[in-house]
Design a protein around this ligand. Sequence first.
Ligand SMILES: *[C@@H]1O[C@H](CO)[C@@H](O)[C@H](O)[C@H]1NC(C)=O
Ligand SMILES: *[C@@H]1O[C@H](CO)[C@@H](O)[C@H](O)[C@H]1NC(C)=O
Ligand SMILES: *[C@@H]1O[C@H](CO)[C@@H](O)[C@H](O)[C@H]1NC(C)=O
Length: 279
Amino acid sequence: MIYLLLLTLPLLITPQEYDSRIYKDGNPIAGRLNFSMQQGRSIAGIETKPHAWPWMAQLAFFGRHSCGGSLIDRSFVVTAAHCVRNRLRLLKYFTVYIGGHTSLSGQAHKVLNISVHPLYDTVAVHSYDIAIMKISPPVAFNQTIQPISLPLLPPRDNQMCVVAGWGVTQSDGYSSEILREIRVPIIPAYECNSLYYYAGGVHIPSMVCARKEGDFGSCFGDSGGPLMCERAGKWELQGVASWVAGDAFGRCALANRPDVYARVLPVNSFLKVSMFILR
Ligand SMILES: *[C@@H]1O[C@H](CO)[C@@H](O)[C@H](O)[C@H]1NC(C)=O
Ligand SMILES: *[C@@H]1O[C@H](CO)[C@@H](O)[C@H](O)[C@H]1NC(C)=O
Ligand SMILES: *[C@@H]1O[C@H](CO)[C@@H](O)[C@H](O)[C@H]1NC(C)=O
């Protein structure tokens, strides 16, 4: 079993070549994976109603889909640290799209600065996989563009939440043309770390697990996207898509390997301080 970051690697994985190694800090951490093995296996969920998630952001790198993100303020988008970590000197090649339904549509914004959580990948593998980006120009809120709230409480065990993304729908490397969503229940921490699942591999203070529904779950390209949970009629950003264990063939959708999200509640103050410093 290997751990797969949910990041799509458009510069490294091209569907034509099937050179789909998993990279970390620029170095392959897993052997060659044969993505063509998974033709026909659907990973993403259903198409969303256009603008159903008005805070949904899409991060493009060199003009190609890279990751998801969530608008939390006029000028700030939250994403996964692993989406930006090796690209901090390449800010000018990022574009953030907001308000779009089809891939790479909506309003385009530049990225002015990025703050990566200081404990990212330190206290545990992939711990605190959170980054915040300052975008320009600031967005103007309207019916189709709205920020999502930061959480006040952690998600409840077994609570139904929603994830959305433009990630691949089959593991052949093509990202989705339209935003897709899937409803997933939160898995209790003790269960996610049980022998049947990750056997202690999940860093509970900074990570939360959500079950897949059958073959459906987050996969490549959904990284950085929101795990959204409703509380008292309001949607809260409870998680950021981070990683999942795959098998030797790089398949994401293994039944007993839930998707793992970076928790947002413990990084609320990091996000607020970063907004204060970068504003
Ligand atoms: C990848 O899988 C396909 C389909 O099963 C197979 O035809 C092909 O030979 C495999 N390629 C490699 C490099 O293993
Ligand atoms: C990003 O913000 C940091 C902290 O305020 C600052 O030192 C740095 O110069 C900024 N980078 C850019 C590209 O503006
Ligand atoms: C909201 O603002 C965006 C960007 O300015 C615009 O493209 C969109 O049409 C607006 N939506 C509504 C419902 O006014």
